[in-house]
Design a protein around this ligand. Structure first.
Ligand SMILES: [Zn+2]
Length: 168
């Protein structure tokens, strides 16, 4: 029988569901939470709900935006080149590129990659969603991130890009 009481086991179980968190880390996080004051735990729980309630995907590019806004800050930025679209697999990629302060185009976030081996097809990622920019602009330049040569491209499959382009 486990030496850990059931409420803490449940907390460990929740943490271990998070990406990149193994059982030991989940255990450490759970014990950390138990050691927090009631006020700190309440604030933590409130922020979890708040983020989940307020963060939605931009209907244009798939980046995160605050609920109630028309589009994300990048799509709303008139100084951006809307004919330059960087196709990325994940929101983390947008953050990484924005950190460089070099890129002045917009994005399309796929929220995954096509992986037939894992049963992930074009319908499972954000290929069809949010193509409003396609109807307004005659020509695009597409970039792929991470910046790799065609043969090295592993994060974003060529098939995903092909389907993406065909639907534009
Ligand atoms: Zn956007």
């Amino acid at each position: 029988m486990s030496q850990i009481i059931e409420p803490v086991l449940r907390l460990i179980n929740q943490f271990s569901k998070l990406p990149g968190i193994g059982y030991k880390t989940a255990q450490r996080l759970a014990f950390h939470v138990i050691n927090l004051s009631d006020d700190e735990v309440e604030e933590f729980a409130k922020d979890l709900f708040y983020a989940k309630k307020k963060a939605v995907f931009c209907p244009v590019c798939g980046n995160l935006m605050q609920k109630g806004e028309h589009a994300c800050v990048i799509c709303e930025d008139a100084a951006r080149d809307a004919a330059l679209v960087c196709v990325v697999s994940d929101i983390k990629d947008v953050l990484a590129i924005e950190k460089t302060r070099e890129y002045k185009g917009i994005y399309h976030v796929l929220h995954g990659v096509i992986s037939p081996m894992d049963g992930i097809g074009p319908d499972d990622i954000n290929i069809a969603g949010g193509f409003s920019f396609c109807h307004n602009i005659v020509s695009f330049k597409f970039l792929l991130y991470p910046y790799q040569t065609f043969s090295e491209r592993s994060h974003l499959s060529e098939l995903a890009l092909l389907v993406f382009l065909l639907q534009c």
